[in-house]
Design a protein around this ligand. Structure first.
Ligand SMILES: Nc1ncnc2c1ncn2[C@@H]1O[C@H](COP(=O)(O)OP(=O)(O)OP(=O)(O)O)[C@@H](O)[C@H]1O
Length: 360
């Protein structure tokens, strides 16, 4: 039993926005969909919610057809809750009125309102407050409580944390994720924030220009992005030209390293991808030599710009704790080691000084 999308496409006028999107979300699990601005994330959620109709394809919930090009079940009959970016609370209704909006009037109503408030870590003292008397994070939790109150089969979250500042965002996200786990409701979150997507769901799907380009467990997708573009989108990535050997190793500017995943599809020219967190920088010899070109304090760390090769060569930024910065004065030659393996991708045709500077 699950929410199932098959070949969902949508255009606005002549502009295609979604192109044959298919996925399955198992009951009680969480899916995060990540994509750049304009990639079609909100449109996808709006089709599932019933606010837009697909141009082609089908949306099914537990085998019941909710939407196709010719069929549509109205939004309020789908059993799907929706939380918008700004919460979209009714400003003239109290917290009680907002949360109780979708629940039939009965003796059990007040109990259910209090239950979902507890689930979303909202104090019962807020019951008679109005939205303008709440912080942004509290408003988002009221919006989630309102969506959960009628006991939906699915909850859709459209960038619900993006309007909150950093500290509040982490706190609200933790409270909402806890509430969703406890309620066991199937959830889809869309976000353009990679960290958020990687930490939210049981599954992660990456959407680019209306197409679903990769899906899987978050750790698997992060570990083996299907393309160099996805690797870069999901977090800082470093690419260096490499020679692949037959024994699952590759030689690149950082030495002879194990290959974790070979996604080069047999290309003659390949490049190795590694994450900055795999680098360690020391003042001993033995690694790849680099020169500290500049040092800039950033919070509790110092960002070193390390230059490899000649002045026209390649540089990367590496963070070291403030208390270690004295070991890396500007002009010092340092040694860079890489832990862990690399992922191989085909080399792109464009020649670029970064690549030639790092060629083994
Ligand atoms: N009702 C509409 N009419 C015409 N074009 C639309 C409509 N809704 C969305 N679009 C267009 O469809 C494309 C995808 O929009 P959508 O809001 O789904 O993207 P998104 O990935 O959610 O972006 P963001 O992260 O910026 O919210 C955009 O180019 C947008 O301008």
């Amino acid at each position: 039993m699950s929410l199932q999308l098959t070949g969902v496409s949508k255009s606005f006028g002549s502009q295609p926005v979604l192109d044959r999107v298919s996925f399955d979300v198992e009951r009680g699990t969480r899916l995060a969909i990540v994509g750049a601005s304009g990639s079609g994330k909100s449109t996808l959620l709006r089709i599932i919610a019933g606010f837009e109709q697909p141009g082609a394809g089908e949306v099914r919930l537990d085998d019941r057809l909710l939407a196709s090009a010719t069929t549509t079940i109205s939004a309020h009959r789908r059993g799907i809750g929706y939380v918008a970016q700004d919460g979209a609370l009714f400003p003239h209704l109290s917290v009680r009125g907002n949360i109780g909006f979708g629940i039939p009037r009965s003796a059990a109503r007040e109990g259910r309102i209090r239950e979902v408030m507890e689930l979303t870590s909202l104090d019962a003292d807020f019951l008679d407050r109005y939205p303008h008397q709440l912080s942004g994070g509290q408003q988002q939790r009221v919006a989630l409580a309102r969506a959960l109150a009628p006991d939906p089969k699915v909850i859709l979250l459209d960038e619900p944390f993006s309007a909150l500042d950093t500290g509040l965002r982490a706190h609200t996200r933790a409270a909402m994720t806890r509430a969703l786990s406890q309620s066991g409701v199937t959830t889809i979150l869309v976000t353009h924030d990679q960290e958020e997507a990687l930490s939210f769901g049981d599954q992660l799907a990456v959407i680019a220009e209306g197409r679903l380009v990769q899906a899987g467990r978050p750790a698997e997708v992060f570990d083996a992005p299907a393309s160099a573009e996805i690797a870069e989108f999901l977090g800082a990535a470093l690419f260096v030209p490499a020679h692949a050997n037959a024994d699952a190793r590759a030689v690149c500017a950082f030495g002879d390293l194990p290959v974790r995943h070979d996604l080069s599809a047999g290309a003659r020219s390949v490049r190795a991808m590694l994450r900055p967190s795999q680098l360690s920088v020391g003042d001993n010899a033995g690694g790849t030599a680099a020169t500290v070109e500049s040092a800039r304090q950033s919070g509790s760390a110092v960002e070193l710009e390390l230059r490899f090769g000649s002045a026209a060569g390649f540089s990367l930024t590496h963070r070291v704790p403030l208390y270690e910065a004295h070991r890396f004065p500007v002009g010092r030659t340092v040694s860079v080691h890489v832990d862990g393996g690399v992922v191989l991708y085909p080399e792109t045709a464009a020649s670029d000084p970064v690549r030639s500077a790092l060629a083994p």
